[in-house]
Design a protein around this ligand. Structure first.
Ligand code: FAD
Length: 411
């Protein structure tokens, strides 16, 4: 390959994957991975779950130990990229330095959407994005008596499950009418609502937050939109994220719900790629609509795709999206995108919380949500990776088994 250097901005899941896949693909040139967080690159998913419960050690969250970066000649630079000079192919750094690139990769991720209410700046109010957030939150979560969670999405509910397990009174405020409404079916929302209530979590649906009250600079209560006052010694919010697209915007790259990329994950400048939470790509499983996904699978598979392209093996990005969330003793795994589904078939039991919900759109299987059914999830990933021939009628037949169907219908 003729590229002498690849510079990657952002040392999270996506940036690390590009660097590591480039070496796996045999790239021998210079790789610089610029990250503005301290320490070695690490995985985020445990931050809102196992890490807060002390069930995973810090070292086990790292992608690789320090020696890996040395032996693989991946230069990890703790700095912040502040501007891109596209004409001269340079990245300017907050430290005052600069780096030239032959190819630039933007893996800048996303930041938490801030809480738009008075009191959001008080001590004891947290979003969870970085290890630093989780380290500051962890001791407070262990002592908290009254916890209010804003937003019943994945992160809010993962934290609600943790706080309930740690013995707090947990109150969740959610503007929608059910948990994880943007991501899962009504059936699955119901399973998680019941499970959380069983752990002692109290839900307030169709309820917003008016303000957060403080006492000596520390949170002491929240006021709901309908004027109720809930005591709170800890508030955790998860109300969505905003892609980190400022560098790309200022550099004049096309922006559309994040950094706009084509099917090969190239930005409007062919010398710059973008991926992960920051990038919006034409998604095969979403009718090629511009789509931005926030998941480890997306960051990792896009990282591999870009590395392969840079090594002369271009292919449009078509990987099947999949996600997971762990809440208490429930593991939810989702294969595919359920957007616009018009029919569902439930396998298993809502009562035991061991089930899969098959989502169909115009008779075509588009997604499978599996709760505590790992086998179904793995089968679903295989089935959805090629045009699935499974119909709702077949799935609804008595005794239907997804794993057996997959095994019997392999090409
Ligand atoms: P990130 O991992 O966010 O990395 C981006 C990095 O770039 C950050 O370190 C940022 O500080 C840095 N950066 C930004 N701008 C600059 C700059 N100008 N200069 C230098 N550095 C810069 N996904 C799942 O699939 N399952 C889960 O269970 C799950 N749980 C999660 C729990 C939490 C608490 C969080 C926060 C996320 C979770 N996710 C989960 C989502 C998943 O972690 C993200 O989708 C994934 O990390 C995206 O990777 P990324 O590299 O695009 O962004």
């Amino acid at each position: 390959m003729s590229l002498a250097s690849v510079v990657i901005v952002g040392a999270g899941h996506a940036g690390f994957q590009v660097a590591s896949s480039l070496r796996q693909e045999g790239y021998a040139g210079r790789i610089v991975l610029i990250g503005d967080e301290p320490g070695l690159p690490y995985q985020r998913p445990p931050l809102s779950k196992a890490y807060l419960l002390g069930k995973i050690a810090e070292n086990n969250m790292l992608f690789r130990p320090a020696e890996y970066f040395e032996t693989q000649r991946i230069e990890l630079l703790h700095d912040q990229a502040t501007a891109i000079d596209r004409l001269n192919r340079r990245v300017l750094l907050a430290s005052g330095g600069e780096l030239t690139y032959d190819h630039l990769v933007l893996a800048t991720g996303a930041h938490n959407r801030p809480l738009p209410v008075p009191g959001a700046e008080l001590e004891g109010v947290f979003g969870i994005k970085t290890k630093a957030d989780a380290d500051a939150l962890s001791p407070l979560a262990k002592q908290a008596r009254d916890v209010v969670v804003i937003g019943a999405g994945f992160i809010g509910l993962e934290f609600a499950a943790v706080a309930a397990a740690l013995g707090a009174n947990v109150h969740v405020l959610e503007l929608g009418d059910r948990p994880m409404a943007r991501a899962v079916t009504r059936e699955m929302s119901e399973v998680f609502r019941k499970a959380h209530e069983g752990w002692g979590v109290h839900f307030d649906f169709r309820q917003g937050l008016a303000r957060i009250e403080g006492d000596n600079g520390r949170v002491c209560a929240v006021e709901t939109s309908d004027g109720r006052r809930l005591p709170a010694d800890l508030v955790v919010f998860g109300i969505g994220v905003i892609p980190n697209a400022q560098l790309a915007t200022e550099a004049g790259l096309a922006i559309e719900n994040g950094i706009k990329v084509d099917a090969h994950l190239l930005t409007s400048d062919p010398q710059i790629s973008a991926l992960g939470d920051a990038a919006c790509f034409p998604c095969l499983q979403n009718d090629e609509q511009p789509t931005r996904l926030e998941s480890v699978q997306n960051a990792v598979d896009q990282g591999r795709n870009i590395a392969a392209r840079l090594m002369g093996k271009p292919a449009p990005y078509t990987a099947l999206p999949w996600f997971w969330t762990d809440q208490g003793n429930l593991k939810l795994q989702i294969a595919g995108l359920s957007t616009g589904h018009d029919d569902t078939v439930v396998l298993g039991s809502l009562e035991t919380s061991e089930l899969s919900v098959l989502c169909f759109r115009s008779g075509q299987l588009v997604a499978v949500e599996s709760c505590n059914r790992m086998g179904d999830h793995m089968a679903a990933r295989k089935i959805l990776s090629r045009p699935p021939k499974l119909t709702p009628q077949m799935a609804a037949a008595k005794g239907f088994d997804l794993k057996a169907w997959e095994a019997a219908n392999r090409d």
